[in-house]
Ligand binder design. Structure first.
Ligand SMILES: Nc1ncnc2c1ncn2[C@@H]1O[C@H](COP(=O)(O)OP(=O)(O)OP(=O)(O)O)[C@@H](O)[C@H]1O
Length: 379
């Protein structure tokens, strides 16, 4: 590397002036201080939890709204408020993308109650379950579990079991009071929920509608105030970022654009974000729907897509499985489950060739361009 180039890179790394007042304000799990436009939904959540604070049973809810409409934020805020007012309700937030088994989910509840994870080996699920329920019964505490992106439990066919475990606990452990907030970001799954769980779960519906353009602009402006020093970005550029956010229908995309623009401006040692930074930021990100869907996948599912993208042409399931098994050691049945899920998410198509050992080889066809996939974070 030439001396000048190396100095440029050193400058970028060591440059100690920053545009960011608070870099965390652009993180995916940042909980904003100023959380507007969701008063009625917060009230509805409070109404569901209220009975639990008065020795009653919490009311179950299904929380519906497309991506980045503030569902997770509302739950985290309300849980924080409940926990700061009473010890009588255990509020447990679980991301079902990360925890898909009964053991995984109850380990989270266990660690919320006892402050540490249960031992991973040697302890059967029933013991962990019993310890949790006995604690709730003897301490007279209620339990509210938020299952975020519960649709992930449909793929592992665990939704019904988990809801049953939580909601029917009182039949075995007298006096135990439990409730579930099921969070769904794809309205299609509303019907899947009815199909996948039986009548133990009769929820209130709380809907998070999409934000209007004005609301998006104001939310982004709030984030700019927290995250950047004054004057870093003009209102005109913020208007343009709002338009892009509206086009994609994903507020998270707008927040991420702000972060990328800030980083690009900083790397240029520019004290402000300019048009050119926005142009470059727009070019560097993949299509938002794909980014959003891909973000919800686990590592094996991503590896599947990576291999398919690297193949350069449509592959038969058999050929892809060989590469997938080499890389992940997974069984054919889990490979098949991934195919089903990715088809369901409309990331791939499958077509029967009429050839192959049993006359029915499947061809796997990606529904995204390989370039777009490579531009998604995590690839
Ligand atoms: N009313 C709001 N005010 C400020 N920030 C908001 C608001 N609503 C959403 N956000 C921000 O948008 C991002 C996404 O919000 P959140 O994770 O709560 O949405 P979600 O509906 O749970 O999304 P998903 O369904 O994709 O998981 C977060 O950075 C959050 O801080």
């Amino acid at each position: 590397m030439k001396g000048d180039k190396r100095r440029d890179i050193r400058d970028i790394l060591l440059h100690d002036e920053t545009l960011f007042r608070n870099m965390n304000a652009f993180d995916p799990d940042y909980v904003p201080e100023n959380y507007r436009y969701r008063e009625s939904q917060m009230e509805a959540l409070a109404v569901c939890i209220r009975p639990a604070l008065r020795n009653g049973r919490p009311v179950n809810a299904v929380i519906l709204g497309s991506c980045a409409t503030g569902k997770t934020t509302a739950i985290k805020k309300i849980f924080e408020m409940v926990e700061s007012t009473s010890e009588g309700v255990v509020c447990c937030y679980i991301n079902c993308q990360l925890h898909t088994t009964r053991f995984g989910i109850f380990s989270q509840i266990y660690s919320k109650i006892f402050g540490h994870q249960p031992p991973e080996t040697g302890v059967p699920f029933s013991r962990i379950y019993q310890t949790i329920m006995q604690h709730l019964a003897s301490e007279k505490r209620a339990l509210v579990v938020a299952l975020d992106d519960i649709n992930h439990l449909f793929y592992s066919k665990n939704a019904n079991k988990v809801l049953y475990d939580i909601l029917r606990a009182h039949e075995v452990f007298e006096g135990v009071r439990t409730g579930v907030f099921a969070v769904l970001s794809d309205i299609e799954f509303r019907y899947a929920l009815d199909k996948n769980v039986d009548s133990i779960f009769i929820p209130q519906e709380i809907v998070f509608p999409p934000y209007t353009r004005e609301e998006v602009f104001n939310i982004l402006r709030d984030r700019v105030r927290v995250g950047f020093y004054p004057g870093v970005i003009s209102d005109e550029l913020l208007e343009r970022i709002t338009d892009h956010t509206m086009d994609t229908g994903d507020l998270r995309y707008g927040i991420d654009l702000l972060r990328v623009c800030g980083n690009l401006a900083e790397a240029d040692a520019s004290p402000v974000i300019g048009e050119e930074h926005l142009e470059r930021a727009l070019k560097s990100t993949g299509p938002v729907n794909l980014i959003h869907t891909v973000r919800t996948l686990n590592e094996n599912e991503r590896e599947f897509l990576r291999i398919l993208a690297d193949a350069g042409e449509d592959m038969t399931a058999g050929a892809l499985y060989e590469l997938f098994r080499e890389s992940t050691g997974s069984s054919y049945s889990s490979f098949n489950r991934i195919i089903e899920k990715l088809e369901f998410l409309r990331l791939i198509d499958t077509r029967l060739t009429g050839k192959g050992v049993r006359g029915n080889s499947r061809i796997l066809i990606p529904r995204f361009s390989r370039e777009d996939l490579r531009r998604c974070p995590g690839f």
